[in-house]
Design a protein around this ligand. Sequence first.
Ligand SMILES: Nc1ncnc2c1ncn2[C@@H]1O[C@H](COP(=O)(O)OP(=O)(O)OP(=O)(O)O)[C@@H](O)[C@H]1O
Ligand SMILES: [Mg+2]
Length: 372
Amino acid sequence: MEKLKVLVVDDEPGIRSGVVRILRNYTIGFPFMEEDFSFEISEAETGEIALEKIQGGDIDIVLLDNKLPGIQGIDVLEKISKMRIDTAVMMITSYASLDIAVKATNFGAYNFVPKPFTPDELKSSIENISKHLFLKRMTARLKEEGKQIRFQFLSVLSHELKSPLNAIEGYLKIMEEKQVGENINDYMSMIDRSLVRIKSMRNLIIDMLDLTRLESGKKKRILKGVDLREMAQLAIDTIQPMAIQHNINIISEIDDNVHMDADADEIEIIFNNLLSNAVKYNRDNGEIRFYVKKSDSAITITVSDTGIGISEEDIPKLFEEFSRIKTVETRNISGTGLGLSITKKMVELYKGNIDIKSKPNFGTTFTVVLPI
Ligand SMILES: Nc1ncnc2c1ncn2[C@@H]1O[C@H](COP(=O)(O)OP(=O)(O)OP(=O)(O)O)[C@@H](O)[C@H]1O
Ligand SMILES: [Mg+2]
């Protein structure tokens, strides 16, 4: 249970003890909140004491009387408004002149509760102010996190683009200055390496576009009857050249008549990512098993490889953006770490599920279940 700290500022002891009594065992919950709120109450009999307490601690809600012996409530409020703290103030006052009310509103008082109030009136005001506080804090946090995530995203992206650009620039400079002579053939390895870097940048950009389109909801989805057998065959044909280079055998079992309402591009992304990982993180002369099976309620896609596998503690990280497992074995394998996070998002568009089983040095199996 989350505790909100309430400070009652009133020179009448009866009011202070009344508030304590009413709120002591009071809790509130909202459907959108995980936890209920309860209240921890402290008291101040003057504005001076109140300001000290507010400055010193994390007070969430202030119940503030205006007529106080020394400094007046409205002046306390003004001082609070200048502190730039996250405290909500509720004025409790027996008679509020229009002047005071206007001032209080300008200084950011959340509301007024006229004295005397019944326990129910106090509770309902406290309920409102707590909800207001919770939503305000939640919004601030979401904004902050959103910025944070975008920042991380952009810094990783620019980092990932910078290193291939630097490499290509370096090779071009060598060529410009003809550092290894006049013969173009002597520059072939540099040209090849530049082309490889360009290809990986292009892949990164394509992945990024997929991801941002997906997240902004801008990607137009075209749902129609898709033949998954055809799509699976296409994915095998796409990956085959890379598999052949490593002498990896692809064994496929694909049911006839696996149709579902889907966006063909999205299915292609799912297949391509799983198969490309199964080749990339396999061993030379390894094997891939690629199954597409249909039952009454779902289509199950399984891609197993005989590769390097993934340790238990790395598995939870796999679906995070830009997450790549760094080991001796993956050191020379290029990738952006976006493939699986995109795949997972695609699968979720179909209310499906992606599951992984892996044993280091033996291989990995990804299973995607798409309900139909
Ligand atoms: N079949 C697999 N076997 C072992 N490790 C894998 C496998 N598939 C993924 N991984 C690990 O998970 C990480 C994330 O995979 P993901 O597909 O998201 O990114 P990537 O392959 O590095 O880059 P790309 O965006 O080009 O796909 C990989 O870097 C790799 O370490
Ligand atoms: Mg990948």
